[in-house]
Write a protein that binds this ligand. Structure first.
Ligand code: PSU
Ligand code: MN
Length: 303
């Protein structure tokens, strides 16, 4: 086992016995939602994973240790500290480990730590991608590069249209990352079920997802797989409302010169601010929906 890694006892026992485990990220807790909803949601997501037959492993860096499985107190700490906690992507882990610091893991680092721990499936809300205007800013999330090189299945609700979804799909195609639609031929756009872009393959059951992932592993590919699961119809937002909020958020980010790792958290917080509680509730529901699918798929993979 990696010398910087701590696996929680319950997670370690499940992995040793070949029982299903699902990884969860922590940037969504610290940077993705306001306190205390973020903590409530993180705990509810863990419970949902359990209710669907798997063991949750929420991932973060605490005091320089890579953690697979957090205590309630650690989740509370990350949620309360919010954006004061470092948002940790791939390039940040060496500094956090060397300095004994805390970090909230993005999709990229959650994949890295899940893989070190031997966890194959990870559920979240949305992934990072190619930002609009990336042809000049070169702002492309390290999440995409991680999907290209780390063998973990990521279950999400697509990506928000704060990103350039077309370029994000092109990038994933170049990197050989299969993009699966769960029960859909169309890439979901997080708050809405449709984006206007097609996925590579439609899959309709956890067993079929598990079979595709097993085939990818059997082929000795080094990369991961992206499963996009549309938000349940009853929680989907009005496209015009969410598009207007996203345009407004992008304008303000530009005016304020927001760049680098601040961009995504800034846009996410702005959209929540502009759309009030409605987008937050949608966000929570889609994460729960992804947790259910990931847990059932982990159970199939464990068979
Ligand atoms: N997109 C969302 N919600 C999120 C994030 C992205 O809809 O919480 C977070 C995830 O942790 C993701 C990270 O991995 O932001 C991407 O940041 P960046 O674009 O700086 O790579
Ligand atoms: Mn970026």
């Amino acid at each position: 086992m990696n010398k910087y890694l701590d696996i929680a006892p319950e997670v370690r026992e499940a992995l040793a016995a070949g029982r299903p485990v699902v990884a969860l990220e922590s940037t969504i807790i610290s940077h993705g939602m306001p306190y205390p909803k973020n903590v409530e949601t993180a705990l509810l997501v863990e419970q949902t994973i359990r209710d669907n037959g798997a063991v949750p492993a929420t991932i973060a860096v605490i005091g320089g240790r890579l953690k697979a499985g957090l205590s309630r107190e650690e989740i509370e700490h990350l949620g309360k500290a919010g954006r004061a906690v470092a948002k940790a992507s791939r390039r940040d882990l060496p500094a956090l480990v060397a300095r004994g610091a805390d970090g909230a893991t993005t999709v990229a680092t959650t994949m890295i730590i899940a893989h070190l721990a031997g966890i194959k499936i990870f559920a979240t809300g949305g992934i990072g991608g190619v930002h609009r205007g990336a042809e000049t800013t070169m702002d492309i999330s390290a999440d995409l590069e991680e999907l290209a090189q780390t063998p973990v299945m990521v279950v999400c609700a697509g990506a928000k249209s704060i990103l350039d979804l077309g370029l994000t799909l092109e990038y994933l195609e170049t990197k050989g990352v299969p993009v699966i639609g769960y029960g859909t031929e169309e890439l979901p756009a997080f708050y809405t079920r449709k984006s206007g872009f097609g996925v590579d393959y439609r899959v309709d059951s956890p067993a079929e997802l598990a079979a595709m992932f097993a085939a990818q592993r059997g082929l000795d590919y080094k990369g991961g797989m992206l499963v996009t699961n549309p938000i349940p119809e009853e929680y989907a937002m009005d496209k015009a409302v969410i598009d207007a909020a996203i345009e407004q958020a992008l304008t303000e980010a530009k005016e304020q010169g927001i760049h680098g790792k601040e961009t995504t958290p800034f846009l996410l917080a702005k959209v929540v601010e502009l759309t009030g509680g409605e987008s937050l509730e949608s966000n929570i529901q889609l994460v729960l929906n992804n947790a259910r699918l990931a847990a059932r798929t982990a159970a199939e993979l464990a068979k």
